[in-house]
Every structure is written in C-alpha cells, then in structure tokens.
Design a protein around this ligand. Structure first.
Ligand SMILES: C[S@@+](CC[C@H](N)C(=O)[O-])C[C@H]1O[C@@H](n2cnc3c(N)ncnc32)[C@H](O)[C@@H]1O
Length: 269
C-alpha cells in the first residue's frame, strides 16, 4: 500500500474528505492519497477484502478491452472519462504500443488527477494525448474540447471505467451515456466497468459505510442496470459479465473468484 507524507498547507483541494480517485489509488498501491482517503480505503478493505483484487482486475480489464479495440476492432481514438490517477498501462500506453498513431483524450474532475495529468500526456510522436478537466455530466464541454484532438467523423471508443457509479440515479447516468454515444459515429465503441450490487452483499454494505464519510456517494448497480447502459449498441461477446471474465488471459487476476464488478464492450451499429 502506498504511503505519502501528510498534505502540505498549499495543497489546492480539500484533503479532509475521501475522494474516489485517491481511494482507488491507495487500493492500487499508489502514493497520491491522504489520511482521509487511506482511512476510508482501509474501512472498505476491512469489510470487503476482495476490493484489492477487484481494482486490479479492473485495470486488467481496461488493458484487455483497449487491446481488443485496437488490435481487433481497428479503433485509433479514445475518450477516456473518469481516467483516475496515472497507473500502469494507461489507455494511451496500451493503445500506442499496438498502434502508435492512436489519439487519447482523458477527462476527470479531480484536482489531483489534473495535477498529475502531465504523466498522461506522454504520447508517442505519431499519436496525441490530451487532458480535459471536466465533470462527466458536462458532456457538451467534454465533446467540444475533445474535438480538438479526436475526429468525430471517425470511430471513437468511449471509456467509462469505474466512473458511472459516481453518478447517482437522480443525475440520470443513462442519459449521460446516451449523449456520449449519440456524438460518436457508427462503428464506435462503449466500454463500461461498474461495481455490481447483485453479486455479493459485502460490496453494498461496505459501499454504504463509505458513503457515510462525506465522500461523493457511490452507487453499485445490477447486471440489468449495467446492461441497459448499452441500449442501442451491439454487445461484443461475452456481453456484460464480471469483468475478470471478459476475455481473460492466462494468469489474469481474479480467476476463480466472484468479483462484484461488471464489464462490457458495445459497438454502435
Ligand atoms: C475508480 S477511478 C477509475 C479510474 C480508471 N478509469 C480505472 O478504471 O482504473 C474513478 C475516477 O472517476 C473520476 N470521477 C468521479 N466522478 C467523476 C465525475 N463526475 N466526472 C468526471 N470524473 C469523475 C474520479 O476522480 C476518479 O479518477
């Protein structure tokens, strides 16, 4: 687990409440987190120990999905919203290893991700990466700014991994997804990773405890709810499944476990 010195007084954001980007960073073993994040993260680990496997399985799913999109589906443009702190195998690294000309726009609303965005902007010379500081609800701002780098007349993969559960039902996450998928042409893709409410009760209980700590609330969803985000798209085999079961390779994390985390990839017909 990462450890970092206490926040300095010049840190330009509130470190007294946990934030999902920094909590997730802690679970992944990163160093960009503060006391409140570590406390919240450890409380979840205490009630739901598999969270540590689940976050690693999510990163592995990201890698497999991007690999599929570039190597098999021919995608060269990515809009990755809810990017998170830079970790191993960020979207542009996986994509540009296969196709150096790939272009990736990252979007997040956490000031600490913004501070570290430089690490996401290490594009290959043939491709391009960019970072937009925005809330996923503000799809107009995101799409307008992303158009500086992405050509919306060509297919784009919209990546929403571990971000839709940060949007409560009253903010209509399905409408946000629909605004994004309407903006991309046929042949584009949607990738979602989303915590599951119907796999193990442990996750819902520990998420309930997390939500009591003043952080932006998280919402786990059922298989049917996650599936419905892909309305109007053709799901790529094997559909929406526990994400460690989405086209796993040998040695992929989570095999043999019941991880409460769904993943899927859909294609716009
Ligand atoms: C759990 S991390 C997932 C990181 C990465 N996508 C992955 O799968 O490894 C969720 C990220 O979504 C961001 N996020 C949460 N709510 C958001 C919002 N309303 N708009 C944009 N980003 C948001 C957080 O700041 C965080 O960096």
């Amino acid at each position: 687990m990462g450890r970092q010195k206490p926040a300095g007084k010049n840190v330009p954001f509130d470190t007294s409440v946990p934030h999902i980007a920094r909590v997730y960073d802690y679970w992944l073993g990163g160093k960009d987190n503060y006391e409140a994040d570590r406390t919240a993260a450890e409380q979840v680990v205490a009630t739901f120990p598999d969270v540590l496997v689940s976050v690693r399985a999510q990163r592995a799913f990201l890698g497999r999905a991007v690999h599929y999109l570039v190597a098999e589906a021919g995608i060269r443009q990515f809009l990755d919203i809810g990017t998170g702190l830079p970790a191993a195998n960020n979207t542009h690294e996986v994509a540009q290893r296969i196709a150096p000309e790939s272009r990736v726009v990252y979007v997040d609303n956490d000031p600490i991700v913004l501070l570290h965005a430089q690490a996401l902007l290490t594009s290959s010379p043939e491709g391009e990466t960019a970072y937009i500081d925005a809330d996923i609800r503000d799809t107009g701002k995101i799409l307008a700014a992303a158009a500086d780098v992405l050509d919306f007349s060509q297919p784009v993969a919209v990546m929403l991994l571990g971000v839709l559960h940060c949007i409560p039902d009253e903010d209509d996450p399905a409408a946000i997804v629909a605004r994004l998928t309407v903006a991309v042409p046929p042949g584009s893709y949607l990738v979602i990773a989303h915590p599951a409410s119907d796999v193990t009760e442990q996750l819902s209980r520990s998420m309930g405890d997390y939500n009591k700590q003043g952080a932006a609330p998280l919402t786990a969803r059922t298989h049917a709810e996650v599936n419905s985000f892909f309305a109007g798209l053709d799901l790529i085999e094997p559909g929406v499944v526990q994400l460690h079961r989405w086209r796993p390779g040998t040695g992929d994390v989570g095999q043999g476990r019941e991880l409460p985390n769904y993943g899927g990839v859909g294609r716009k017909p």
